[in-house]
Design a protein around this ligand. Structure first.
Ligand code: NAP
Ligand code: GCO
Length: 259
């Protein structure tokens, strides 16, 4: 059974993985045996990321690439194939959020979120699938969200993108399953990372709100995502396709603690 979770000899690309959820997922894939490549839009952060992986004993290869730029993405994928090998595992992790009431949000702001959180996973998946087909299969993991299922004030663009990402996940599974490509999602709950730092400010009402909405009665940590990521990246999930695995401490199952 252990072998089913083994990633020895596999090449993984985790987008936006200099820190946060991406770094944790990439580190978990490395601990399971995968060779790690990652990108960030910011060269300094790529360097910082390489140092962080090295500190954890992981020799990761970092690339500067804006995932919304198809030319840059195609160049990065070609370079990885040249320098490391064909990508067996893609984790579409890079993402942004803008918390703005919808009627105050500009169309440009809305488009920017859609571009990073939905268009980019399409662009990167499109870039890696042909080589996965030639190689006989692959794994794609799209990082979805509670907002793939639920809405809330101020996150209209993000929810639209993450809802779309759930359906893109299902469509890639439908279209490429016959080539032994499994495309699934991970839907993290509320995880303590830089992205949610504003919501975790001391005294912020959102803190107690999330604790009351989560049966586990705590914020998630990036470590909570490591096992689910290895599962979906490994042979253990070869007959799991088009699924979004929610790693949320039970939020989606729970009406919330009575105040
Ligand atoms: P984060 O701390 O904000 O990190 C996001 C990463 O994406 C950063 O490395 C960022 O790089 C990179 N990125 C953003 N735009 C990019 C672009 N155009 N090209 C390349 N890289 C880009 O976020 P996180 O909390 O780790 O979240 C990671 C993923 O999980 C996101 O898709 C997020 O929506 C999702 N998620 C997060 C939570 C949560 O509670 N934290 C829950 C559910 C889902 P820069 O720093 O250079 O911008
Ligand atoms: C928010 C949060 C969430 C989390 C995550 C939950 O403002 O509601 O940022 O969107 O990032 O997506 O799954």
């Amino acid at each position: 059974m252990e072998n089913k979770f083994c990633l020895n000899g596999k090449v993984a690309l985790v987008t936006g993985a200099s820190y946060g959820i991406g770094l944790a997922i990439a580190s978990a894939l490395a601990k399971a045996g995968a060779k790690i490549t990652f990108n960030d839009i910011n060269p300094e952060l790529v360097e910082k990321g390489v140092a962080a992986y090295r500190e954890a004993g992981i020799e990761a290869k970092g690339y500067v690439c804006d995932v919304t730029n198809e030319e840059q993405v195609n160049g990065m994928v070609a370079a990885i194939e040249q320098e490391v090998g064909v990508i067996d595992i893609l984790v579409n992790n890079a993402g942004i959020i803008k918390r703005i009431p919808m009627i105050e949000m500009t169309a440009a702001e809305f488009r920017q979120v859609i571009d990073v959180d939905l268009n980019a996973p399409f662009i990167v998946a499109k870039a890696v699938i042909p080589s996965m087909i030639k190689k006989g299969g692959g794994k794609i993991i799209n990082i979805c969200s509670m907002m793939s299922e639920l809405g809330r004030e101020t996150v209209s663009a993000y929810a639209a993108a993450k809802g779309g990402l759930k359906m893109l996940t299902r469509n890639i599974a439908s279209e490429y399953g016959e080539y032994n490509i499994q495309c699934n999602g991970i839907g993290p709950g509320y995880i303590a990372t830089p992205q949610t730092a504003p919501l975790r400010e001391p005294g912020h009402p959102f803190n107690s709100f999330i604790i009351a909405k989560t049966p586990a009665a705590r914020w998630g940590t990036t470590e909570d995502l490591e096992g689910p990521a290895v599962f979906l990246a490994s042979a253990a999930s070869d007959f799991v396709n088009g699924h979004v695995l929610y790693v949320d401490g039970g939020i989606l199952a729970y009406i919330g603690k009575q105040p």
